[in-house]
Design a protein around this ligand. Structure first.
Ligand code: NDP
Length: 313
């Protein structure tokens, strides 16, 4: 190991395209966890998404951690996480737009009742249906009005949906009705025809999508979870769907990933499942992010998008 900083990449399976783009930066020496030999005591920076619990504490010289995802629960939920080490998260316009695109696509599928047309086509049935109500009367509520929530709201407004958002602090996003804090959660939920979870997973938000929350949504509402699996009590969701209180759900994230083959979620007629693909990390942007983070750290400049470890996001 030379005088250049040493960067260890802990990439989850399937992120091969990322490793090709990330490596080869002449400003630092790269090591791939599980493949290259390295001395733990000489690693300066760690780049990854969900390292094994207890792993980061084995890197005593760590100066900063760079998260390849917008959410950092994969780091902070490690009980032995070295809390003194700065964590910087990947905030990327492409990722935000892809997330917004996923939400808009599913909101439109719900609103235009596309699943019913798919079912009719499968039976060769010409079955015309009217829209339940015009778009401007459909209320989409975003739980978590952060970077991704704001872009998503903007895109939904382009299609004439009514948009409301809930966050810890009040927002002034043009065209969006803002609700803030636990005291206003009930008022927010009562207005959601389609509720989209875009929260970070923290001790405060874990399990927030539960029976009590579902009961506060109007009858016939839809739930979309694109935050984290830990937000949702899946048994409560299934019960709310089976009792017909909820009309349907779109789930990109699950308590256990990959979703186990025997999970009733797979075949539930009211649930659309996708395998945690709502936001796709672009390898080139990720490589630029890591290069910028290392450069800032080495030149003593403050990081952009540093996570507040105490808040958990
Ligand atoms: P941000 O940190 O920018 O935004 C988080 C938002 O949640 C903020 O508006 C924040 O409120 C709000 N919030 C946090 N805690 C609470 C709370 N206790 N009560 C009320 N509101 C709260 O995150 P991003 O928008 O960048 O990302 C959001 C999440 O999306 C990620 O953490 C990740 O879990 C998920 N994600 C999922 C992906 C996928 O592929 N499915 C891909 C990328 C991200 P305030 O603004 O007031 O602080």
């Amino acid at each position: 190991m030379g005088s250049k900083p040493n960067v260890l990449f802990g990439l989850p399976p399937g992120w091969d395209a990322l490793s090709k783009a990330l490596f080869g930066n002449p400003d630092f020496t790269s090591f791939l966890e599980g493949k290259d030999h390295y001395a733990p005591a000489q690693i300066d920076y760690f780049v990854g998404f969900r390292p094994a619990h207890g792993f980061l504490k084995t890197l005593p010289r760590l100066k900063a951690i760079f998260s390849l995802g917008a959410g950092v629960d994969g780091f902070l939920r490690d009980p032995e996480f070295p809390r003194h080490v700065p964590v910087v998260r990947f905030i990327d316009e492409t990722l935000q737009r892809e997330m917004a695109q996923y939400v808009v696509m599913h909101v439109l599928i719900i609103h235009r009742q596309q699943r019913a047309f798919d079912a009719a086509q499968a039976q060769g049935l010409w079955k015309q249906r009217m829209l339940a109500r015009p778009t401007r009367e459909v209320r989409v509520g975003i739980l978590g009005m952060g970077d991704i929530g704001a872009v998503t709201a903007e895109r939904l407004l382009m299609f004439d949906f009514q948009v409301l958002g809930w966050s810890r602090t009040r927002k002034t996003v043009p065209g969006v009705t803002s609700y803030a804090g636990p005291g206003e959660l009930g008022a927010f939920l009562g207005q959601c025809d389609i509720m989209v979870c875009l929260l970070p997973l923290t001790p405060e938000t874990e399990g927030i999508l539960n029976a009590s929350l579902f009961a506060q949504l109007p009858k016939g509402a839809w739930v979309m979870n694109v935050g984290r699996g830990g937000h949702c009590n899946e048994a409560d969701l299934l019960a709310a769907l089976d009792s017909d209180h909820l009309a349907g759900a779109v789930m990109d994230v699950f308590q256990k990933e990959p979703l186990p083959p025997d999970s009733p979620i797979w075949k539930h007629p009211k649930i659309t499942v996708t395998p945690h693909i709502a936001g796709i990390t672009d390898p080139r942007n990720a490589a630029a992010f890591v290069a910028d983070c290392v450069k800032r750290a080495e030149s003593g400049q403050p990081f952009l998008n540093r996570v507040d470890v105490a808040k958990g996001y």
